[in-house]
Design a protein around this ligand. Sequence first.
Ligand SMILES: [Zn+2]
Length: 125
Amino acid sequence: MLDGKGPDAIFRNGLVNQEILLPKCDGCGRYHFFPRVMCPHCHGDAISWHRASGKGRVHTTTVVRRKPERGGDYNVCMVELEEGVRMMSRVDGIAPDGVKIDMAVTAFVADADGTPAVFFKPSEV
Ligand SMILES: [Zn+2]
């Protein structure tokens, strides 16, 4: 741990700096998410942090219905990153029902109600 900060704080600090940092276990070499103190695969506690490539694919997608006056429908998806971890997020820059399973997406960091969070957009082909 860095300066007594938990793994969740390290992840959030990364986002503040526009960086998506992923925890990777030095023991088994696998990434995991959400950030944890111990590796969920092998229970090792030697965790190092690596910048995500930002490349991923849509694993599941759902359209959440919302009244137009409240912002309209939006997309909720689970994205599997190249590193093998999955994140619950949203794909922007495309109609909510235009998001398809296995679509290539790229991560970016943007403000979500005052807190930086990870979102995705369709990858440039
Ligand atoms: Zn491990």
